[in-house]
Design a protein around this ligand. Structure first.
Ligand SMILES: [Zn+2]
Length: 221
């Protein structure tokens, strides 16, 4: 994920250096110097996200858990087999990778769930809602009878622009697929030339992970 540095628009004080691009949290921050409240378009409360943003966040969390879980467990098993001088067992590596992926996803879901819970606790505080309204971050939804039926985000999250570009995502998926194929091909040839036998599931996992990490890092900048 890219590093984000933000400055106060009023006094140019450096606010925060963060590595998170998408996050669930308070959608504003306060300048420590001049106390101005500044909207943070990269962070939003769960309840204020659009449905497709929620789906998107969930997919990212799932993907992150899958990637870390499968790669760490597959590479770990491979290294352990090498270290113990065991015969490299592709099936075992694949099985461990699948279990690792499931555990990785569950761990990520746990933290995701905790974030959503904290977010909902904030949103259930009437004072917090008033504060969001006073900054102009949310506005009340009024029905025809003039009753307040809830509230909605006045400004979309910065990510909205990116998520809406379905073409962009299809393009990225296609690029990941192409580069994964190229990597599998090249690595197989190179490893054969130098005479190294590598486990096939490991080769495939590495070939998919590298371009995925590259493109995800590029998009979340
Ligand atoms: Zn300031």
């Amino acid at each position: 994920m890219a590093i984000v540095i933000s400055y106060c628009p009023k006094c140019k004080n450096m606010l925060e250096v963060s590595t998170a691009y998408i996050a669930i949290g308070t959608p504003y921050e306060q300048c420590s110097k001049c106390k101005t409240l500044i909207r943070n378009g990269k962070v939003n409360e769960w309840k204020l996200l659009a449905i497709y943003e929620k789906v998107y966040y969930t997919l990212i969390v799932t993907w992150t858990g899958f990637m870390f879980g499968s790669v760490i467990s597959a590479v770990g098993t491979y290294l352990l087999m090498m270290l113990l001088d065991l015969k490299i067992d592709d099936n075992l590596i694949l099985q461990v990778a699948i279990v690792g992926a499931v555990i990785g996803i569950l761990i990520c879901y746990y933290f995701f769930y905790e974030l959503i819970k904290e977010s909902n606790t904030r949103m259930n505080d009437p004072d917090y809602i008033l504060e969001l309204k006073s900054i102009g971050l949310i506005e009340s939804n009024i029905d025809k009878q003039g009753n307040e039926t809830g509230f909605s985000m006045k400004y979309p999250t910065d990510n909205t622009k990116a998520i809406k570009g379905i073409k962009l995502w299809l393009g990225i998926l296609l690029m990941i697929a192409v580069w994964s194929g190229v990597l599998i091909f090249l690595l197989t040839i190179i490893l054969k030339l130098i005479g190294i036998t590598i486990s096939i599931p490991l080769l495939i996992i590495i070939s998919i992970t590298l371009p995925t990490m590259y493109y995800f890092n590029k998009v979340f900048r």
